[in-house]
Design a binder for this molecule. Structure first.
Ligand code: COA
Length: 331
């Protein structure tokens, strides 16, 4: 059976840097509060005119270039986002069109911060089954256009940023490398702990003047609940993956955790007993870019020379849903 190898990585973040100090001019917050609670120093926000599909395209072009693969060789697109360009159709078809492709399937994944790991699970299954040989897997998010920048929304607004990351996945016969396994989970009983209520098809009308006045179109979160579940679910699902492969945490060469909050990543690191050099974090510069955090971090880790052939890479994510997952990849 074919294995799935990651042949190329790429990312794109907007030029506009928004510091904690700038946010403190918009709402009642401070650089000190944000850094102490989250580790975030700055994030990127798109300028008007930039879309998720365009950021995704730029990340894909970089990933295809690194892989040495022409866009025309791509057999399928899997794109994870919670902030699609439009309610429908999915962002994947806009990306497909902008890459000059036609006919190949384009699947949007809705698993929020776990979207890239969920997407990897789907793409890996397609490749193992022999259905597709080359797949573009993308995580992209524009959070900045949906944040409540008043004091009411400050707990959420300081966390999130915009960006895109991509990976070119390809079938390989090389049994020494590739995706070893993926493990994905969800627990819908916590759906409203981190969510956006409106605009939605369950409301009549989908959005009203009252919804707007009450801020129901903004994301809302019970931060402490999210924190508590994130720090237990991510180590749990990493141990599940290690056990399934007869490995231990000491075998991990690089852990890329979802970049939700540096304090969460540090607790995950401690539970896995990993030294600093085995963990990659970039939330300090980008904030939480939701489905894009893992592929952006992966692309940066590759460019920093943090992965060598044969290394064991571990990805883990947790997010709204709740959803969570892990992947082990022999680089
Ligand atoms: C959001 C988070 C940093 C808040 O930290 P916390 O220690 O839980 O803080 P609390 O929510 O208890 O708020 C503490 C105080 O800070 C205030 N506060 C909230 N956001 C603030 C901000 N941006 N600036 C200043 N003060 C803020 C609160 O109003 C509260 O004030 P009060 O004590 O007067 O009521 C933290 O809960 C967290 O990171 N949770 C996980 C979020 C996450 O990762 N979400 C995405 C998952 S994929």
């Amino acid at each position: 059976m074919a294995r799935t190898a990651i042949q190329g990585t790429g990312y794109y973040v907007p030029d506009r840097i928004v510091t904690n100090h700038e946010l403190a001019t918009l709402m009642d917050t401070s650089d000190e509060w944000i850094q102490e609670r989250t580790g975030i120093q700055e994030r990127r926000w798109v300028e008007p005119g930039m879309t998720g599909s365009e950021m995704a395209r730029r990340a894909c072009v970089m990933a295809l270039d690194e892989a040495g693969i022409e866009a025309g060789e791509v057999d399928a697109i899997v794109l994870a986002t919670l902030s699609p360009d439009h309610f429908f159709p999915g962002t994947g078809v806009f990306l497909q069109r902008d890459l000059g492709l036609t006919g190949i399937p384009a699947l949007d994944i809705r698993a929020q911060c776990s979207g890239f790991v969920y997407g990897l699970s789907v793409a890996d299954a397609w490749i193992r089954a022999g259905q597709f040989r080359t797949i573009l897997l993308v995580g992209v998010e524009i959070q900045s256009t949906g944040l409540d920048l008043s004091d009411r929304g400050r707990d959420m607004a300081v966390l999130f940023g915009d960006g895109a990351g991509a990976a070119v996945l390809q079938a390989t016969a090389d049994e020494e490398r590739g995706v070893l396994s993926t493990h994905i989970h969800a627990q819908g009983e916590h759906a409203e702990v981190l969510w956006a209520d409106a605009s939605s098809s369950s409301r009549h009308p989908r959005i009203s003047a009252e919804d707007l006045a009450e801020g129901r179109h903004y994301p809302r979160m019970v931060g402490k609940e999210v924190f508590k579940h994130a720090v237990s679910r991510m180590p749990e699902v990493v141990f599940e993956a290690l056990e399934a492969n007869g490995l231990t945490a000491a075998d991990i060469d690089l852990l890329i955790p979802h970049q939700a909050n540096l304090r969460i990543s540090q607790m995950v690191q401690r539970r896995l007993d990993l030294p600093d050099e085995k963990v990659f974090n970039n939330i300090q510069r980008y904030g939480n870019t939701t489905a894009a955090t893992i592929p952006i971090a992966l692309a940066e880790a590759v460019r920093d020379g943090r992965l060598r052939s044969g290394d064991l890479l571990c990805l883990t994510a947790f997010g709204s849903g709740f959803t969570w997952g892990s992947a082990l990849v022999r680089w």
